[in-house]
Design a protein around this ligand. Structure first.
Ligand SMILES: [Zn+2]
Length: 121
C-alpha cells in the first residue's frame, strides 16, 4: 500500500512537486496551495517569505515593498502584517495562531461533562 500523496496540475495534469505553488509545465497557479510561514528566507514572522513564495516573487523584493508600505501607510501595513501572521498557519495542515486561540478560548467554556467539539482537519 502506497500512501504517497501525488499531486497533479489542475490545468495540464502533469506531476507536481508536493510543495509547488505553480506548475513547471504550464505555469498555472495551483488552487490547493495553502499559505504557510515555514519557508526558507523567513526573518521575523515569515509573512513576507510566505507571500513571496506564494506569488513566486523574490523575498527581498517583498520585504522592501513591505517596509516601504509601512512608511507610506503610516504603520497600517504593520497591522496588516500582524493580521496575516495570525491567520497564516506555520506549516500546512496546522491551525493558524488565531484559530488555535479560538480553539483554546472555546475549550475554556466547555464543561468536562460535555463532549469535545469535533476538530476540523
Ligand atoms: Zn500544468
Amino acid at each position: 500500500m502506497t500512501d504517497t500523496p501525488t499531486r497533479t496540475c489542475s490545468a495540464c495534469r502533469s506531476a507536481l512537486d508536493p510543495d509547488a505553488t505553480r506548475c513547471p509545465q504550464c505555469t498555472q497557479r495551483q488552487p490547493d496551495v495553502v499559505l504557510t510561514r515555514d519557508l526558507p528566507g523567513r526573518v521575523a514572522g515569515g509573512v513576507c517569505a510566505a507571500l513571496a513564495h506564494h506569488f513566486s516573487w523574490d523575498v527581498t523584493l517583498m520585504r522592501v515593498l513591505f517596509v516601504s508600505s509601512i512608511a507610506v501607510t503610516g504603520g497600517v501595513a504593520f497591522w496588516v502584517y500582524l493580521a496575516m501572521w495570525l491567520m497564516t498557519p506555520f506549516r500546512a495542515h496546522e491551525r493558524a495562531p488565531l484559530a488555535r486561540f479560538f480553539d483554546a478560548a472555546g475549550n475554556l467554556f466547555t464543561s468536562p461533562n460535555q463532549q469535545p467539539l469535533p476538530t476540523r482537519e
